[in-house]
Design a binder for this molecule. Structure first.
Ligand code: MN
Length: 419
């Protein structure tokens, strides 16, 4: 599919994240401080809440779907409504639209506009589903013989995270305190995290509920769209706490997502297969078709007041399990899934060193520091560093991008228990 032309000039380039082919869903604050739903087009936002209020755009047989400036209610209406609405917005923003002048009052510049979380995160689950990442981390912690846990090639391993930790791009992250125990110490201490890290991930947003187990195909149909996701990780807290129930406080400080939900429909041309299985999957996890996507990803790190260095470049197509497989696995026990559930893909790492999606892997547990363009070196994140995830699927003369998923790390506060 080629670039689709819009009457919004800034959308008609091969560098914008938001051509007419994309039309991602976000939420923003108006000049009056109201939260509205918006669709990104080029460097502008189309104000969906205002269009609905004025009767220019409506979901058939529904009233005020966008009144609260949040996409949760829209997601719950189902795939037929998603498709019809996307068609209607595409027509409004197409170069063929008859009255673009009549829509200019509904256009808001992205620059200077504050974006907020576009949906209510119902629950958040994070996975561990990149073979390269799991092999690297397992080698570091358990040695190359036991790198992959015995279950890894049979099930997408996950843990239940905290929906309350999810925040929108641009929100600062505070370095956490926690229990740390260095290998040469007998007992832990309570101190600020010294090994604070990122995890480069994609987030899949569940748009339809389930009651019992679902197939991989049904799971794919339940997914509304995708965001970039940074699963901030306190490695020293994690190393001490994780056995036997998995990560807990090390992952609960913050989870940053990009502000625009890229609809599954925009990603259709970029579907691809998961890699060949190293062990046959049981039938309930087999995919009926391509369920992964070719999305180029990168991570930038900028020290306080300094230029950014790209520290990782990889692709979502490196995952061993797709979001649809993860969601299907999530329901096998009968676990009900809800509208607004967020699934983190797990850290996305390629084979090469520069394709690793976490500092833990890039610096091999801190043993092999990286040098930034400024000349500074890093093993883990320093106070004042800004970490930015970017991603996009590249088509014929256009790019379906995700915007940026960025946050600055602030110094730990004083001991929270000395008061
Ligand atoms: Mn993670």
């Amino acid at each position: 599919m080629p670039l689709m032309k819009s009457w919004v000039d800034s959308a008609n380039t091969d560098t914008t994240d938001f051509p007419l082919n994309n039309l991602p869903y976000g939420a923003f604050l108006t000049e009056e401080g109201e939260q509205h739903c918006g669709v990104a087009i080029g460097d502008m936002i189309l104000d969906i809440t205002a269009l609905e209020a004025d009767g220019v755009l409506a979901v058939p047989d529904e009233e005020e779907v966008f009144f609260f400036g949040d996409w949760t209610e829209f997601m719950a209406l189902g795939a037929g409504v998603w498709e019809g609405f996307r068609t209607a917005v595409t027509e409004l923003l197409s170069a063929d639209y008859a009255d673009p002048q009549g829509l200019t009052e509904y256009m808001v510049p992205q620059v200077g506009t504050q974006l907020v979380l576009p949906f209510a995160v119902s629950e958040y689950t994070d996975f561990y589903a990149s073979l390269n990442h799991a092999s690297n981390v397992g080698t570091m912690f358990r040695g190359p013989e036991n790198a992959l846990p015995p279950n890894w090639l049979s099930i997408p391993i996950g843990y239940n995270g905290r929906a309350s930790s999810v925040q929108v791009s641009g929100t600062d992250v505070r370095r956490p305190w926690g229990q740390l125990k260095a290998p040469d110490q007998e007992l832990p201490v309570f101190a600020p995290c010294k090994r604070f890290d990122i995890e480069l991930e994609m987030g899949a947003i569940v748009g339809q509920p389930s009651e019992g187990p679902v197939t991989v195909g049904e799971a794919d149909d339940m997914i509304f769209g995708y965001v970039l996701l940074n699963d901030w990780s306190a490695r020293d807290i994690q190393a001490w706490e994780y056995q036997p129930l998995g990560p807990f406080q090390s992952k609960a400080t913050a989870t940053t997502i990009s502000p625009w939900i890229v609809p599954k429909a925009a990603l259709e041309p970029f579907r691809c297969d998961t890699p060949e299985r190293q062990r046959p999957l049981l039938d309930h996890l087999k995919e009926p078709g391509p369920m992964l996507y070719d999305i180029a990803l990168e991570v930038g790190m900028a020290p306080e007041g300094g230029e950014e260095t790209v520290i990782s470049q990889t692709n979502y197509n490196q995952m061993y399990y797709s979001a649809a497989q993860q969601l299907a696995h999530h329901t096998t026990s009968g676990c009900p899934m809800s509208v607004g559930d967020l699934l983190g893909s797990g850290t996305i790492s390629g084979v090469e060193k520069h394709q690793r999606g976490a500092l833990l892997e890039i610096t091999w547990g801190g043993k092999d520091p990286i040098t930034l363009d400024s000349g500074e070196t890093r093993t883990f994140i320093e106070d004042g560093d800004t970490l930015t995830l970017r991603g996009g699927a590249v088509g014929d003369g256009y790019r379906v991008g995700f915007g940026s998923c960025t946050a600055k790390v602030l110094p730990a506060l004083d001991d929270p228990y000395k008061r």
